[in-house]
Design a protein around this ligand. Structure first.
Ligand SMILES: NC(=O)c1ccc[n+]([C@@H]2O[C@H](COP(=O)([O-])OP(=O)(O)OC[C@H]3O[C@@H](n4cnc5c(N)ncnc54)[C@H](OP(=O)(O)O)[C@@H]3O)[C@@H](O)[C@H]2O)c1
Length: 240
């Protein structure tokens, strides 16, 4: 069983992954800004005193919180062999953004790129000890192609994909395997304003949780680096 750190576990994809992996018997350490969303679920430490759950404050724009969360987890679980990066934000900043939107671009950079980078950096010494650590990153199809006019979001996800490739290179000889998961729309709060595609036809958070669970069962020789998931056919004409 693994000792797993999951960011963005308060809602959406991160929460679905946390529930699935905890039920399977893994130890899960959840980094959240707001603990209220976990209340009354069985990963709420108030109703579940299992030693297999750590709940810690984590805000991607606060490097100290990343450091403290990692150290607390390593101390409680005695090791960390998996990180699943789910914290992320979407801003609709386009190419010709207004002056007051520069702060949105900076926030995208901080949460979507620096956040996972700094968490991984702080956890590296622990990940390096196991000969089969895993890093799973929720990238996006927006990290593979730039569609419509989401310049800021797409820029952050392309950068995140590049970070995944570097983590893979650096971690390979230590047995660290990296998987970049690249979905189109997933039915969470992030997609709640999508009007032109039905929610029940989107990829569901539980489907991503199943994929993560499968990745964790694979040996070093078989872990996929990239998983693209479309809920809607994309033609080669990416301007559509
Ligand atoms: N939904 C989609 O269609 C879709 C598609 C492709 C990729 N993705 C990616 O998948 C990941 C998860 O998305 P989701 O759909 O689960 O989104 P979501 O439901 O909006 O959840 C986002 C999560 O990120 C956390 N978060 C946001 N800002 C943070 C910060 N500054 N520090 C720490 N945590 C922060 C949120 O915590 P709070 O509860 O505290 O706000 C929440 O737990 C994201 O990286 C997203 O880009 C999503």
């Amino acid at each position: 069983m693994r000792k797993i750190l999951i960011s963005g576990a308060s809602r959406g994809i991160g929460k679905a992954i946390a529930l699935k992996l905890y039920k399977e018997g893994h130890s899960v350490s959840l980094g959240v800004r707001n603990k209220a969303n976990l209340l009354n679920t069985f990963i709420d430490p108030k109703i579940n005193s299992s030693q297999k759950i750590v709940l810690h404050k984590y805000d991607a724009s606060n490097n100290k919180s990343a450091e403290e969360w990692i150290e607390k987890t390593a101390k409680t679980f005695k090791s960390i062999d998996t990180i699943i990066h789910c914290a992320g934000i979407l801003k609709k900043t386009n190419l010709l953004f207004n002056d007051n939107e520069i702060k949105d671009i900076e926030e995208l950079w901080k949460v979507n790129v620096l956040g996972p980078w700094i968490l991984t950096k702080n956890a590296w010494k622990y990940l390096s000890k196991s000969k089969s650590s895993r890093i799973i990153v929720l990238v996006s199809m927006s990290g593979k192609r730039s569609k419509s006019n989401l310049a800021g979001y797409s820029m952050s996800k392309f950068a995140l994909m590049s970070l995944c490739q570097t983590m893979r290179n650096e971690g390979w000889d230590k047995g660290i395997r990296v998987t970049a998961i690249c979905p189109g729309w997933v039915n969470t709060d992030m997609a709640k304003n999508v009007k032109d595609f039905p929610k029940d036809k989107m990829t569901q958070p539980d489907d991503i949780a199943n994929i993560c669970s499968n990745i964790l069962e694979l040996p070093n020789s078989s872990v996929p680096f990239e998983i693209s998931i479309n809920c809607k056919l994309e033609t080669t004409n990416l301007s559509q």
